[in-house]
Design a protein around this ligand. Structure first.
Ligand SMILES: [Zn+2]
Length: 172
């Protein structure tokens, strides 16, 4: 391949991941992912995927709550995690608009940035809206910025990913 002549970039397809848009939450930013199946991660992570239909909100909430109960996490922290996960899953269901091929996944475990937990909620249901207008509900975004220690939301033609993490003193 030669770059002489400044070859037209239009000749090459743009990978979907290069068209990622970040939605600011207003809080400190972290894009760490939950450490899943990492050696030393205590008692394993939570990972569950459902069709992005209304029952997913309840199913994923229940699973995530059980995972946190097993780990004896602080009640206030657990409440915040569940509230934000509900918001993100509800948004994924709204994105999907009843499209049965869409899925929403919740993953939780120790956080990649250390000393705490991370929760990631991602869907593959953004094709009904352009990524510039992900339709994320304003209230949910504000809550993420306020209630998570760190957060990020990114959206692309391949879907939307919400990353949330919290420090947990006992995990230091
Ligand atoms: Zn983090």
């Amino acid at each position: 391949m030669s770059f002489v002549g400044g070859g037209a970039p239009e000749e090459y397809p743009i990978a979907p991941e290069s068209r990622t848009t970040t939605i600011p939450t207003g809080g400190p930013v972290c894009d760490c992912a939950p450490a899943v199946d990492v050696p030393g991660a205590p008692s394993g992570g939570f990972c569950s995927r459902e069709p992005a239909m209304p029952p997913a909100v309840r199913t994923l909430r229940r699973g995530l709550r059980e995972w946190m109960t097993d780990r004896d996490l602080d009640d206030d922290l657990a409440d915040a995690v569940l509230l934000l996960a509900d918001e993100a899953v509800t948004n994924a269901v709204e994105h999907a608009g009843g499209e049965r091929r869409c899925t929403v996944e919740v993953v939780a475990n120790t956080r990649g940035c250390g000393g705490g937990i991370a929760v990631m909620i991602r869907d593959d249901g953004t094709w009904r809206r352009p990524p510039e207008d992900p339709g994320f509900r304003g209230r949910g975004v504000t809550l993420m910025g306020r209630l998570a220690d760190r957060s990020s939301i990114s959206t692309s033609p391949a879907g939307t990913t919400v990353r949330l993490c919290w420090a947990v003193p006992s995990m230091n």
